[in-house]
Design a protein around this ligand. Structure first.
Ligand code: PMP
Length: 405
């Protein structure tokens, strides 16, 4: 253990609360993570002592707020190892980041009949955003199939390219099965065809180091709330050359240079894509969250969560009737399962009464549910503050529920 887990847990006040008179065991980290004091305190401090709208003011507070906001952009740049902070666009989250790319890319770089490649294991946000463009612009979705273990079929992927392929949009990590996709390979193959790649990093950034230059992805999206930061803020990274090519997303203040009824010109990057007042307090919170995980060390977090996941898989497979949904070789800290014919909702509800928070259902991945032949799953997902004891409580809880049926 490379960090002091009890000191870490003490940073997260919610972890010491009880539910149904039992200690909370929070295993729903893929849906959202809890927030350390460092994040909430920084946001409170900004609201109490700095608050003013950014970018537009000459007065002291506005300049201070602007400085904090732009420092946060620099923190994100460093975290992703982007070349320039003008490649970092603040959004409301992964969903908005993907919608921005889908909408602007389809408008600026695609024509009717052109194709986007996604995969069978995508979150709805990386399917529906493109389907909206399918309806509006006549573009088409092509889908990379997966194996029964929940891994991408790279052989089939290669076959999807043709003269109409314009972009690949793919999850870094599956939010259901934890599959870590070989995105380096996906990107290399796409680039051989002269096609850019958007990586949905909602489930990778909280768990291991991401270097967008090393990946060589063209776009990368993630959410603040899944990496111990506040809700309502996220990031779109884009290579400057691509961002320059795309038309703006929304119109409004901040994204313009000059406005007249005859002719409006747009602001430079990244502001061209940031219409309106940004959530500048949330960007401060996000930067403190990135500082937090960086101080603990992404590699330490990765090792800790991998140990938890391995231990959980070992213990869980001893349970009679246990069925894992997906069995990827490279798995992140996520386990989807079903036991016997117990409905996922029953399992989730009864675990909840034992103080264990897991998620049940289709996890915003209905096409994946169809592929795996299930209606839904129970999903346990780990974060940097979870412990082996919590895994034991989960395993004991599942056994207890199973005995009731
Ligand atoms: N993609 C993946 C893989 C996700 O897990 C999620 C969140 N469950 C999203 C996209 C959407 O993220 P958000 O709701 O924060 O926009």
């Amino acid at each position: 253990m490379s960090y002091d887990i009890s000191a870490v847990r003490a940073d997260f006040p919610i972890l010491s609360r009880e539910v149904y008179k039992r200690p909370l065991v929070y295993l729903d980290n893929s849906a959202t993570t809890q927030k350390p004091r460092q994040v909430v305190d920084a946001m409170t401090e900004e609201y109490y002592n700095v608050n003013a709208n950014v970018h537009r003011g000459v007065h002291f507070l506005s300049q201070q707020a602007t400085e904090l906001h732009e420092q946060s952009r620099e923190t994100v740049r460093r975290f992703l190892n982007a070349r320039s902070s003008s490649e970092i666009i603040f959004t409301r989250g992964t969903t908005e980041s993907i919608n921005l790319v889908a909408s602007c890319f389809a408008k600026g770089c695609m024509q009717a009949g052109d194709e986007v490649i996604v995969s069978e294991l995508e979150h709805h946000s990386n399917i529906v955003s493109w389907q909206l463009q399918e309806a509006r612009q006549g573009i088409k979705l092509r889908v990379i199939p997966i194996t029964d273990d929940g891994e991408l079929r790279l052989d089939e992927y290669e076959k999807l390219f043709n003269e109409h392929t314009r972009i690949v949009s793919i999850a870094h990590v599956s939010n259901v099965m934890g599959t870590v996709n070989p995105v380096e390979e996906v990107i290399r193959i796409a680039h051989e065809h002269g096609v850019p790649v958007l990586v949905d990093g909602a489930q990778s950034t909280p768990h291991f180091e991401v270097d967008v230059q090393r990946l060589d992805c063209d776009f990368f999206a993630f959410s603040g709330h899944k990496i111990y930061g506040p809700t309502g803020v996220g990031v779109l990274y884009g290579k400057e050359e691509w961002l320059e090519k795309l038309p703006p997303y929304m119109g409004g203040g901040e994204m313009i240079k000059n406005v007249s009824f005859e002719r409006t010109t747009f602001n430079e990057l990244p502001f061209k894509f940031e219409a309106g007042t940004p959530d500048y307090v949330a960007t401060t919170g996000l930067a403190r969250a990135l500082d937090y995980v960086t101080t603990l060390g992404m590699d330490n977090i990765f090792q800790h969560e991998q140990a938890l996941t391995r231990y959980a898989l070992e213990q869980m497979q001893e349970i009679e009737g246990m069925r894992f949904i997906g069995n990827p070789k490279h798995r992140d800290a996520v386990i989807s399962f079903l036991v016997g014919d117990i409905h996922h909702l029953d399992m989730g509800t009864l675990l909840d009464r034992l103080g264990i928070a897991v998620r049940t259902g289709h996890h915003c991945a209905e096409p994946l549910m169809h592929r795996m032949g299930v209606q839904g799953t129970v999903r346990a997902s780990f974060g940097l503050y979870n412990t082996m004891e919590e895994v034991d409580i989960l395993v004991a809880g599942i056994k207890r529920v199973a005995q009731m049926f």
